[in-house]
Design a protein around this ligand. Structure first.
Ligand SMILES: *Cc1c(COP(=O)(O)O)cnc(C)c1O
Ligand SMILES: [Zn+2]
Length: 413
């Protein structure tokens, strides 16, 4: 049973059929999925959601497919927990982590969007899928398209981290490393998409793909006991995750599943690629494209597709943003590891460091609850930290060597 009404232009509001379309042919605005909310409301309850298996499809009425999902049966319902030791380190009362570093199957939140995109691509009759990726998307499309049995072409910038390259190749897609940055990869893919009938998950079926990010927000609300958080810090590349978390909260409210959200949204970006944070700080409606230069490659989108809408949502909620340096990112990764036992990739370092900055600058009050979005796993970006975490203490296999090199030197601890 389908609750999709169609696609609607985000700019002029014109309606389109729910096909593989992504731009409005009248005004070139981007298209968004529209649902039959009264029909969903008549059916969807907290109890129904909670009775379903712990994956993204427990919210299926609010996801853009007509029939049954094809992939993603282990994706989602990732840990959400109070982080007391990190809260203490940051000097705040109440802090929570939503931890998609352990999202299945490829350890980033991109598994959510890809599960939705591929399930929809199958319904739209595609046999080949593709993507332009900063790394995590490549991993997710590679793995989930293997599970779903699609032919696949994955495009990445040639300078990606080894973990992200191996994490795609292992699933044996056609992996194409383009000599250029993400924005150039994306431009090339937009051209390829006009020539071949492939489902480019983040280009020609982007309206469906992007809806998958709502599940991150749905889960946060459900795991908080059916309410939206007061403050939420979200890493931003294209800005889509941030926009869709907000859409997710608003949908839950519209359906009577949560009270009106009093949420403030904050974008976390790297100094070397912060077009969204810059626009917010300048109070500008225009996102000025930049040439990225940062270790946070998963967030290195200089011309963010949803930048305008992200800045708009942030303004609407009275939130803000922070851009952090590469060394702050490394410190953020280490702080999270040492206080919470969570190993995040560079994007998580950006989020933790941005949270710290927003607290220090009193833009997030110390006595109000804060949710920090961790979106990817650290084993994928080891290059970023390997030189700043020390080395093992090397010893001979003898008790003497142990006592001399370890016990005596570390004060018996
Ligand atoms: C892609 C990505 C993001 C940001 O996604 P957008 O929706 O493009 O803003 C955040 N974190 C990680 C780890 C990612 O891979
Ligand atoms: Zn339009």
């Amino acid at each position: 049973m389908s609750f999709i009404k169609g696609l609607r232009c985000r700019e002029c509001g014109r309606d389109f059929p729910a096909k593989a379309l992504f731009v409005c042919e009248y005004c070139f605005g981007s298209l968004e999925v529209d649902y039959d909310y009264p029909a969903i409301q008549a059916r969807l309850t907290r109890e129904l959601i909670q009775s379903r298996p712990p994956n993204i499809w427990r919210y299926r009425e609010l996801l853009p497919i007509d029939g049954n999902p094809t992939v993603g049966f282990h994706t989602g319902m990732t840990p959400f927990f109070r982080a007391e030791r990190l809260a203490h380190a940051l000097g705040v009362k109440e802090l929570y982590l939503k931890d998609d570093s352990v999202c299945c199957p490829t350890l980033s939140f991109k598994d959510r969007v890809v599960s939705v995109a591929l399930s929809r691509a199958r319904e739209l009759g595609f046999d080949t899928v593709a993507c332009a990726s900063t790394g995590n998307l490549a991993n997710a499309v590679s793995a989930l398209s293997a599970q779903a049995g699609f032919k696949r072409f994955i495009f990445i910038p040639a300078d990606l981290e080894a973990g992200k390259v191996v994490g795609s190749l292992i699933f044996q897609p056609r992996l194409v490393a383009v000599e250029g940055n993400y924005d150039e990869v994306n431009r090339l893919c937009a051209e390829i998409a006009t020539r071949y009938r492939w489902a480019f998950v983040n280009i020609n079926i982007r309206p469906y793909y992007a809806e998958g990010s709502k599940t991150y927000g749905f889960e946060v609300a459900e795991q908080m006991g059916w309410k939206a958080p007061r403050h939420i810090v979200v890493p931003a590349a294209s800005g889509s995750l941030l926009v869709k978390i907000w859409k997710g909260f608003k949908e839950l409210h519209r359906l009577g599943l949560i009270e009106k959200p009093q949420t403030r949204l904050y974008a976390a970006q790297a100094e070397g690629c912060s077009p969204i944070v810059t626009a917010i700080e300048e109070g500008s409606d225009i996102i000025k494209p930049v040439k990225p230069k940062t270790i946070a490659k998963s967030l290195a989108i200089g011309n963010p597709a949803d930048g305008y809408y992200a800045a708009d949502a942030i303004r609407e909620t009275g939130g803000g943003g922070a851009a952090v340096s590469d060394s702050e990112i490394v410190e953020g990764i280490k702080l999270l590891g040492r206080t919470e036992g969570v190993f995040t990739e560079t994007a998580g370092g950006v989020t933790v460091a941005a949270t710290r900055r927003l607290i220090e600058e009193k833009r997030i009050p110390r006595d109000e609850p804060i949710v920090v979005c961790i979106t990817g796993h650290g084993l994928k970006t080891q290059e970023a930290v390997v030189d700043s975490i020390g080395r093992p203490i090397r010893i001979k296999p003898t008790l003497d060597s142990f006592e001399e090199q370890v016990k005596d030197k570390t004060g018996g601890q």
